[in-house]
Design a protein around this ligand. Structure first.
Ligand code: IMP
Ligand code: MG
Length: 169
C-alpha cells in the first residue's frame, strides 16, 4: 500500500508541520511525545528524528479485549507513562485510528491526568471504520477500511518489522 520511500517522505513532512506548531505553541516545557505501544514504535522513532524542537519522549501501553486485532472499546492500561503528565503539552502518537475507541480512551486518560495541552497524531486513518466521533490533528495517510500491516502494525504480533505498509489478502 505504501513503500518505504513514500512513508519516509510523508513522515518527514509531518515532522516539519509538528516542529513548526510546537515552536509556535507557548508551552513552558518541551512537548512530551507519547507513543502508544506497541504499534507506534517505528512511526514515532522516525517522526522524532525529524523534529527540530526539543521534546521529551515517553510511552503508554494499552490493550483492548474483544476481537484479536481491532479495538472493542474495552481498554486496559498495561503500562502508564513514566513522566508526570500533569501540566504538560502532550503529542499522542498512534499507528492507526480505526474505530476511534483507543483514541477516545487515551485522550480521556490524559485529560484525567490534567495535561495542559493535547495534540494527536496517527500515521494511518480509516475514517470509514469509526464507531465513535473522533479525529486526529495530524494524519499521515487516509486508508480504506482494509486490514494493514507493517511499519509497526501487526496481525497477531506478526509483520510489525516490515519496512512498508501492506494490505493483507
Ligand atoms: P481503534 O481503537 O479501533 O481505533 O483501533 C486502534 C488500534 O487497533 C490500533 O492502534 C491498532 O493496534 C489496531 N488496528 C486497527 N486497525 C488495524 C489494522 O488495519 N492493522 C493493524 N492494527 C490495526
Ligand atoms: Mg495492534
Amino acid at each position: 500500500m505504501f513503500g518505504q520511500r513514500e512513508i519516509e517522505r510523508r513522515v518527514r513532512h509531518m515532522a516539519g508541520e509538528l516542529s513548526a506548531f510546537m515552536a509556535e505553541s507557548n508551552s513552558r516545557e518541551p512537548w512530551v511525545v507519547l507513543g502508544v505501544l506497541r504499534g507506534a514504535f517505528i512511526f514515532m522513532a522516525d517522526l522524532v528524528r525529524h523534529l527540530t524542537v526539543p521534546v521529551e519522549l515517553d510511552f503508554i501501553r494499552i490493550q483492548s479485549y474483544g476481537q484479536s486485532d481491532t479495538s472493542s472499546g474495552n481498554i486496559t492500561l498495561l503500562n502508564e507513562p513514566a513522566l508526570v503528565m500533569a501540566g504538560r503539552s502532550v503529542l499522542l502518537v498512534d499507528d492507526i485510528l480505526d474505530t476511534g475507541n483507543s483514541m477516545v480512551w487515551l485522550v480521556n486518560y490524559l485529560n484525567n491526568q490534567k495535561v495542559e495541552n493535547i495534540r494527536t497524531c496517527v500515521l494511518l486513518d480509516k475514517p470509514a471504520r469509526r464507531l465513535v466521533e473522533v479525529a486526529a490533528d495530524y494524519v499521515g495517510f487516509v486508508v480504506p477500511p482494509l486490514f494493514v500491516v507493517g511499519y509497526g502494525l501487526d496481525m497477531g504480533q506478526k509483520y510489525r518489522q516490515l519496512p512498508g505498509i501492506y494490505q493483507l489478502p
